[in-house]
Design a protein around this ligand. Structure first.
Ligand SMILES: [Zn+2]
Ligand SMILES: [Zn+2]
Length: 220
């Protein structure tokens, strides 16, 4: 079995203006690899991950993707001991949700590590997924909307980031706007979940939007 790991950074942005580009998209572009052997995967918080609301928001996030009604689903598994987020884990499906410093406050909010193996059909399939959430951020971990008295303009929204990273963990590997700015990734109410930036003080990425959903739908 050959395994290799790929790392994706998911960042934070302040508002910016971009020219818009319309781009066609297909599932195979955004999902170059999928889960094949077992589409019902478990995610495992590592021991240092904060309990309470931090973990609850991942539960909400997986419900969003499971709600699309595809054969691939995520469910909570048992907590596991800490292990290096940027490794493939010790076994197939050793999918960790890790907590730790990455680059200080701002910039990168989360990182996802995708590990692949050669499957029985010779093509690569996903072996494990690991997400690191940057512990240096001033997270908003509740469920109130942006603009509520609990939610401040500089808070990244933990639920939004969990939904985004969980999207990657389904195999969604390419952000809509990795190559070029997109209308669906601007700082307004049309913003989709699988854009490369999440705007602080917003909660728009909690719920996958139409293109996020139908691309996942087509991949499985
Ligand atoms: Zn991302
Ligand atoms: Zn679409």
């Amino acid at each position: 079995m050959r395994r290799f790991a790929l790392t994706l950074l998911c960042g934070l942005a302040s508002a910016a203006l971009f020219a818009s580009v319309i781009r066609a998209h297909t599932a195979v572009t955004y999902y170059p690899w999928i889960w094949k052997t077992d589409k019902t995967q478990l995610y495992h918080f590592t021991a240092s991950y904060p309990t309470g609301e931090h973990r609850s928001r991942w539960y909400d996030a997986k419900n969003q993707w499971n709600g699309v009604g595809q054969p691939h689903t995520w469910n909570p598994g048992a907590e596991v001991p800490d292990f290096q987020w940027n490794t493939c884990g010790n076994y197939y499906g050793h999918n960790g949700i890790h907590w730790g410093g990455y680059d200080g406050q701002y910039r990168v909010l989360g990182v996802v590590q995708t590990c692949l193996m050669s499957g029985s059909d010779g093509a690569f399939e996903i072996y494990s997924m690991n997400a690191l959430i940057d512990s240096a951020e001033d997270w908003y971990t509740g469920t109130d909307n942006a603009g509520s008295s609990w939610f401040f303009g500089n808070n990244p929204d933990a639920w939004s980031v969990a939904s985004h990273e969980m999207g990657h963990m389904t195999g969604f590997y390419i952000h809509w706007d990795d190559d070029a700015p997109q209308d669906i990734c601007q700082d307004n109410s049309d913003q989709h979940t699988m854009c490369k930036y999440i705007y602080s003080g917003t909660e728009r990425s909690r719920t996958p939007e139409i293109h996020d959903r139908h691309t996942f739908d087509a991949a499985y």
